[in-house]
Write a protein that binds this ligand. Sequence first.
Ligand code: M6R
Length: 613
Amino acid sequence: MCGIIGYVGGRACRELILSGLERLEYRGYDSAGFALLDEGDGVVETVRAVGNLARLRAAAGEDGGSDARLGLGHTRWATHGRVTTENAHPHSSADGAVMVVMNGIIENYLELRHELQDEGVVFASETDTEVIPHLIAREYDGDLASAVRAVLPRLGGHFAFVAAHVDEPGRLVASRRECPLVLGVGDGERFVASAIPAFLRETRDIVVIEDDEVVAIEADGLTIWDGAEIVTDRAVQRVDWDEDAAEKGGYETFMLKEIHEQPSALWDTIGDRLKPDGSVDLPELGLDDAALARVERIHIVACGTSYHAGLVGRYLIEDWARVPVHCEVASEYRYRTCLAGPGDLVIGITQSGETADTLAAMRVARERGAHVVALTNIMGSQATRDADGVLYTRAGLEIGVAATKTHTAQVMALSLLALKLGRLKWALTAGGALDLADELRRIPDAVEAYLASPAPAQVMEVAASYADRPFFLYLGRHVGVPVSFEGALKLKEISYIPTEAYPAGEMKHGPIALLDEGSPVVVVATDGHVFDKVVSNIQEVRARGARVIAVATEGNSEIERHADDVLWAPRSPALLSSITAVLPLQIFAYGLARARGLNVDQPRNLAKTVTVE
Ligand code: M6R
């Protein structure tokens, strides 16, 4: 969480910093700030503001022709200290000479703060970050890089930061530990940022910084230290990312654009992995077929929407491959006695590849000897570095805080893994695997046809008619359970309406007490072997006066007799309705939040990447 950016080079950088921050805004938007330095003049501009980047721009006003060629900026998701201007970054040393922006947490900051206060340092904020500029100022002896290298071992926790000193207006020094930081190498200029999109318009040449390295960047050079050693062999890599991914491309929001990008996310995730004979090629797993065939147990760890994909993965893998799967939220898994070990496969699902709890759970499993695979959307992310193998979704950059296309791509990637395992374990016949492969190939087209049909507009209409309801219950059975969980999460995170999601069969053990005349209940009632059971549950809620909004398979007219409103989902085999039935629920949440006039791309209190525990 939090996005940081720095620039040093030959161009006036005010706009580069601001537009770079806008591309990092998905990482947090409680407050933001920037500082610009110039040779001779020292700090020429510092602006901090509560709220998102639009508020920072408003506070900064028009560019008065600043030609500062060094800048650093920050967009914050608050951890330590309230959302105030004083707690917004950059933070400075007492004399204002050192400026720092940081993403992450300094776990021993209280101890460091007391130590500095005992020496007479007066703090201007409540943040953990502020200890860094004070420590650097204490160590500074004319060389910022040496001061940062001296401070680094004192810092506990996980972080990435960029520092500048007024006496060195042509130089930025940065470091990271378990939080992302990447360098952009341009012609006579250098960028440093939490994520590549921050500078993708300017350069595609990047340099990766490893944990606990310190890097000094200047317009024409960079030096990396690993402890006392200078790193001499760090290659410049070229990324071929789509620059348009960070634009709305004509859609009113990123979330809507990303909902509509699901067909290509699904096609690309299948890509060349699914062969005409129904076999699946996943070379990056780090396990050859013989080793994969020996896997007896799978653990899936993840958070939020990725956890819901993991729950779907359990149904797919257990049904197609007959391998037992344990799926758990990473924040719990990491603190339980971990029983994974050699021979087990542990899959950490994290679209960002940065979620602190998922990374920690993966590390616990790896330490116990399990083979750990990162299922992620971000190449080179921390999860990929911490894992033995990877399984990439190819959904493209997702900016809306509410995950949509990465979720359905995760389910597709898990389907491919389940299919592969099913063949290796002889749980599927060659013909059975071929049929499933054909079904998988049909899904992106079905999703595309659905999104181009009148169905989404009808879902938006239904959603708007429920915009004033204070509570929604979501129900489902079998694979409809994680689908209902995902639908409920989408609604609560972007509309702020309380939701409860439950396996429909469990409803009468408690949640049914929540229902009253007119209470809206969203029921996942797609075709499959539990359809009749779900219809019985619908009768039970209707008998209590509830209004039923059913998610049903296109063409199933029977549901119309049981539901007050129907949200149609594209036809697919029962297990793969985990992809198709989630579409109307994404659109339902979207339509309802828009009807309430809310900013769906930046829901309150949330951030796209959750790099703190
Ligand atoms: O990057 P990750 O997939 O690890 O993120 C996990 C959750 O933070 C994320 O899915 C979150 O629940 C989304 N906001 C849901 O839309």
